[in-house]
Design a protein around this ligand. Structure first.
Ligand code: ADP
Ligand code: MG
Length: 210
């Protein structure tokens, strides 16, 4: 199974709605470790994504993801706007020329997203950021290229969830949480929670949404 560009548009609209619904949970996650603005920032970003994608008649898979990233980057502001914008802009560009979104496309998207975020933000695995969900997701996607998109997304969402859980035991090296030291322990990173919601919504769309 593979998705055409218009199905990818519908999938990203579902992702946007899932993040908007999760705003209170994401706000609480950031309140536990940071300044509490992550949920509202992501909600603002996803409302901008919806405004772009709702009327769109996409001509490529790349266009849907790059438009998503640009909308987040220009509407959210701050570090996470630039970083989540990079996830989708860098990830989308890696899909240039591909007609469908399939398991190989998922691996290309996540690998480029991870590389872009690491280059832009300077964090690495273990620093208690979104990278701790993205890195295991990208590695699992590469292992899953021979599978159907649904099977690959199922494995990838589970890997991201494990990474988010593992972030509970990490001491933050970036953002506001850095000043907390050991008080970080036991809480997951808020950006990693967003990555899990995005990938599990993609999984649900691939499973039942088309
Ligand atoms: P801000 O840090 O400006 O308050 P948000 O609260 O929206 O922005 O986002 C915080 C999230 O951004 C963190 O939970 C983390 O996942 C992610 N993040 C922050 N700095 C970095 C970085 N250098 N690299 C990767 N992700 C980061
Ligand atoms: Mg914050």
């Amino acid at each position: 199974m593979e998705l055409k560009s218009n199905q990818v548009r519908l999938m990203m609209l579902q992702v946007a709605d899932a993040i908007i619904v999760a705003e209170p949970m994401l706000s609480q996650a950031d309140r536990d470790l940071g300044d509490g603005d992550h949920g509202l920032g992501m909600k603002r970003g996803m409302e901008a994504v919806k405004a772009q994608l709702e009327p769109m008649e996409p001509t490529s898979v790349e266009q849907v993801f790059v438009t998503t990233g640009t909308a987040m980057m220009t509407s959210m502001g701050g570090a996470s706007g630039a970083l989540f914008g990079t996830v989708y802009r860098a990830g989308g560009k890696a899909l240039a020329g591909r007609e469908f979104f399939d398991a190989e496309g998922l691996a290309l998207l996540l690998e480029a997203a991870l590389e872009g975020v690491m280059k832009r933000g300077g964090a690495k695995p273990g620093d208690k950021t979104m990278i701790d969900a993205l890195a295991p997701a990208a590695a699992k996607a590469r292992e899953s290229v021979g599978l159907s998109l649904t099977a690959a997304l199922t494995a990838v969402a589970a890997a991201a969830e494990s990474g988010k859980e593992a972030s509970k035991a990490m001491i933050a090296q970036f953002g506001r949480a850095k000043t907390l030291g050991e008080a970080c322990l036991g809480f997951p990173d808020a950006g990693a929670c967003s990555v899990v919601i995005m990938l599990s919504t993609m999984r649900d769309f691939a499973t039942c949404g088309n």
